[in-house]
Design a protein around this ligand. Structure first.
Ligand SMILES: NC(=O)c1ccc[n+]([C@@H]2O[C@H](COP(=O)([O-])OP(=O)(O)OC[C@H]3O[C@@H](n4cnc5c(N)ncnc54)[C@H](O)[C@@H]3O)[C@@H](O)[C@H]2O)c1
Ligand SMILES: [Zn+2]
Length: 348
């Protein structure tokens, strides 16, 4: 990662992901903004590349787009000696990664994230997949990228709300692992202005934290669960909002509510919720559940979440900023009484 590292892409591809030809998969917006530049730099470096795109937006991270893209690759004659370049935000990363994971039973891929969220989170760890009517990310595969190349310069064109949405995940990294990093977000203006120095520092520290956690637990049987802080409520709110909320916005709401669940169940001392919401406020991130969503509907979606065991709700919860709770059986999720969850959801 760094500023201008995309210049190193040809060398990285030769070293880590050599292929006969490359399918660059991007959403329309990224293809429009940055597609031509990437294609011409790869072509002039001697690579055979072809750009495939799909409509922008979370609602396009679907089986239908996966099927359209795989059909296009088949029609274009991409063989087992080809590779995928997932170019864009988390939606492109997850969808193109899933194409790579399944195409001809799996071909290699490289992640080229262009949103803050994708640089610090979705491009790392090898989780790929699509959303289905029953919920987000319920169909997918683990498929590790051969390389992740994050060029901070790409963030110059990122809208402010998308930047803030990425910051929500970075603040989460502070909450789960590093109180000093969490505190560093108090100075919001330089990050929101997309100054490269502060952004680079965020991308660097968040990548370290995420990489540490996922290398310790590649297939999410243990400590990786801590990355789900804010996501049990967050995913439910995100799906129910009909994609009105950005992923990071839904996670911000999820962190606020789950911090209250941690306080209400005695896992965290009073003050955790206030500290987290004060930080999220600096980035104008939402911290309350939209009024249109009922507690019953949120509970119902959470029951279908992958983290429930035998229908019981489990959450990854902080004990304090920088430290997550571990239950007596060693799990990094804690079972929470449905009554407590319901009370917190109702008390808005
Ligand atoms: N696989 C994982 O481990 C993981 C982790 C976290 C999130 N995710 C997934 O990531 C997705 C969210 O990712 P996202 O927030 O990046 O959304 P996104 O991919 O939809 O990107 C957000 C918007 O920004 C645009 N965009 C991207 N790069 C740009 C740039 N440089 N300049 C201007 N516009 C740009 C895109 O076209 C899109 O409209 C969700 O689907 C979420 O489930 C996956
Ligand atoms: Zn997330």
């Amino acid at each position: 990662m760094g500023c201008g590292v995309v210049d190193q892409l040809p060398g990285l591809l030769r070293a880590h992901c050599p292929a006969h030809q490359y399918a660059v998969i991007a959403d329309h917006r990224v293809a429009e903004l940055h597609g031509a530049g990437l294609m011409s730099s790869l072509t002039s470096a001697g690579f055979t590349v072809r750009l495939f795109h799909f409509p922008s937006g979370e609602w396009n991270k679907t089986r239908e787009q996966w099927s359209a893209l795989t059909d296009q690759l088949l029609a274009a004659g991409f063989g087992r000696d080809s590779a995928v370049i997932a170019f864009g935000g988390g939606v492109s990363g997850d969808l193109a990664g899933f194409v790579a994971a399944t195409y001809l039973r799996g071909i290699p891929h490289v992640q080229l994230p262009t949103t803050l969220l994708a640089m610090i989170d979705s491009s790392i760890g090898g989780k790929t997949g699509v959303d289905v009517p029953a919920g987000k990310n319920l169909v997918g595969a683990f498929h590790q990228p051969r390389a992740v190349v994050a060029d901070i310069n790409r963030l110059a064109t990122l809208p402010r709300t998308q930047t803030a949405s990425g910051v929500a995940e970075a603040i989460k990294h502070g909450v789960i692992r590093d109180a000093v990093y969490f505190a560093s977000f108090a100075d919001a203006a330089p990050i929101l202005a997309r100054e490269t120095g502060p952004l680079e520092a965020v991308v660097r520290r968040s990548i370290e934290i995420k990489t540490d956690v996922v290398t310790a637990d590649e297939r999410e049987s243990g400590v990786r669960a801590i990355l789900n802080f804010g996501h049990t409520v967050g995913h439910a709110v995100e799906s129910l909002s009909g994609f009105d909320l950005l992923h990071g916005e839904a996670v911000a709401i999820g962190m606020a509510i789950e911090a209250r669940i941690a306080e209400a169940s005695g896992i965290a001392a009073a003050g955790l919720h206030a500290a987290i919401t004060a930080m999220l406020d600096r980035y104008a991130l939402p911290t309350a559940i939209p009024e249109s969503l009922t507690s019953a509907s949120i509970l119902e979606v959470m029951q279908a979440d992958k983290k429930t065991r035998a229908g019981r709700l489990r959450f990854a919860l902080p004990t304090t900023i920088g430290q997550m709770a571990q239950s007596s059986d060693g799990a990094w999720t804690v079972e929470i009484d449905e009554q407590v969850t319901r009370q917190v959801l109702d008390s808005r």
